[in-house]
Every structure is written in structure tokens, then in C-alpha cells.
Design a protein around this ligand. Structure first.
Ligand code: ADP
Length: 245
């Protein structure tokens, strides 16, 4: 954070960001549900230049068996970046960052699922990042939640995720990679819009109390925009062809 701000204009005098967006403008978001034949549920998302695919299996038997819980189903999650997802070739072996992101994505999705209906089973969520450009964990959560709904897993709500942050002392919606690298703060948030519950909140950077409040509110506004696109992805799949897909 803060390293390159002197050379890169993150916010010009007209309030325009380095990629031409206004302060509260998200990047272009496109979600398609049901893109994989061999998964129980799937979704593809383009969130700005992020390109991510999520595949879901389950509820199904747990292997290894000792991981199963007689009271409830469990969720496992793997976030993986392909070697060509970033400018420097990414080592395909799981990095500490991917292990951490897998954990936070699992915790962000878990409260939305009625896993108690499926004791001794597991829901597996596989996320492949084809291209990353800042905010990939949020985009991954958005795709995974649509994939879980596509798999027909009973859910309390969708989970929508979007980041907010701070550049040039201004709170902005949906932080891109350059803003993440050179800006002052990045706050990814996941949110269940109908239950009004936050399931993920991370913060990289320093904010005042008022900035912190504004940042969360801005991120939640972004989540609500994402929710409309997630809903459309599901209605497009299930209703456009009379539910025949
Ligand atoms: P998020 O993608 O959720 O914002 P980070 O803040 O950790 O997660 O990463 C920000 C961005 O940095 C990523 O979206 C990606 O564009 C870039 N990045 C992450 N890991 C690598 C890597 N190993 N090599 C090059 N760029 C990376």
C-alpha cells in the first residue's frame, strides 16, 4: 500500500480514477450460471479483468471419512490461480495466499448454506482464477455463490462480495489491481443482502473511524449491485428456456 502513488495518478482533479471510473462506479460485471457439464453447479464471472470459474459438487459422501460430521454437512473450498492468471507465471502449487483465501471464502459462504439438512456430507467448491486483476476473492465468492445455487443446494441467502478502498484520501468502490498496489486501503466485504449480514470483512491499510464506516457502506452498496447480476444469471439459466437447461 502507498508505494507507487507518487508516479501513478489514482484520482485526477475531476474525480476520475486510473481506469476511467468514477469514485463509486464498479467495474463491468458479467456472470453466467451453469457453464460446466460435469459439476453439480457452476458459474463463470468476469469482474473487470478478473476471469474466474467456480464448480460445485455435493452434498456428497465425505472422503476422508473422519472429516464428516454426524450433526451437519460441511463445506470445503479451494481457490486456485492458474499459472497464466497474473503477469509473472504463478507457480501452480498452492501458495500461502491461496490457502488463506480458500479459508476466508469458505467462511464467507458457509453461513448461507443449510448444511444441517445434510449430515455426514460435504459440499466441495472449486474456484479456478483464469485471470486476476485485484478483487479476485470477491469475484470468486460471487461466482461460487451462484454455482451453489445452480447446484440446487438449499440456501438462506446469496452471498455477494465487493471491495471498497481508499485512494488519494477518497473512499472508492471496487478496488482494481493498481489501486490495490498503490492505494491506501483495500477492504473486501461479503454480504447476504436479504439477511443483512456481513460474512467477510478484511482490511489492508489504515482508515479513520469515519472512513472505515464509509468504506463498509460503500462496499455493501457494491454487494447489492452484484446481487442483481447474480439473480439475473440464475433467472437467465432457469427461466429463459422454460427451465429446460
Ligand atoms: P484479491 O485478488 O482478492 O484482491 P490480493 O489483494 O492478495 O487478493 O491480490 C491482489 C491482486 O494481486 C490479485 O488480484 C492479482 O492481480 C495480484 N496477484 C496476486 N498474487 C499474485 C502473484 N503471485 N503474482 C502476481 N500478481 C499477483
Amino acid at each position: 500500500m502507498g508505494g507507487r502513488e507518487s508516479t501513478l495518478v489514482l484520482l485526477d482533479k475531476n474525480g476520475i480514477r486510473c481506469d476511467g471510473r468514477k469514485v463509486t462506479e464498479p467495474r463491468r460485471i458479467m456472470i453466467k450460471a451453469g457453464v460446466l457439464k460435469n459439476a453439480d453447479g457452476s458459474a463463470y464471472i468476469e469482474f473487470g479483468d478478473n476471469k474466474i470459474i467456480a464448480g460445485v459438487f455435493g452434498p456428497r459422501d465425505v472422503h476422508p471419512k473422519h472429516m464428516s460430521n454426524t450433526d451437519t454437512g460441511i463445506i470445503r473450498c479451494r481457490y486456485h490461480m492458474s499459472p497464466f492468471s497474473v503477469t509473472e507465471r504463478k507457480n501452480p502449487a498452492p501458495s500461502r495466499r491461496e490457502i488463506e483465501i480458500s479459508k476466508v471464502i469458505k467462511e464467507a459462504l458457509q453461513p448461507s448454506l443449510m448444511l444441517e439438512k445434510f449430515p455426514r456430507t460435504v459440499v466441495d467448491v472449486f474456484i479456478e482464477v483464469l485471470q486476476a486483476d485485484g478483487g479476485s476473492r470477491c469475484a470468486a465468492i460471487d461466482a461460487a455463490s451462484v454455482a451453489l445455487a445452480d447446484a440446487g443446494i438449499p440456501m438462506r441467502d446469496m452471498v455477494c462480495a465487493c471491495a471498497a478502498g481508499k485512494v488519494a484520501d477518497t473512499i472508492i468502490l471496487d478496488v482494481n489491481n493498481e489501486e490495490d498496489q498503490a492505494g491506501q486501503a483495500d477492504m473486501p466485504v461479503a454480504y447476504m443482502p436479504n439477511l443483512n449480514k456481513v460474512t467477510l470483512l478484511q482490511l489492508d491499510g489504515v482508515l479513520t473511524h469515519n472512513e472505515y464506516k464509509k468504506c463498509i457502506e460503500t462496499a455493501i452498496d457494491g454487494c447489492k449491485l452484484v446481487y442483481q447480476i447474480q439473480r439475473k444469471a440464475l433467472t437467465d439459466k432457469f427461466f429463459e428456456n422454460g427451465g429446460n437447461q
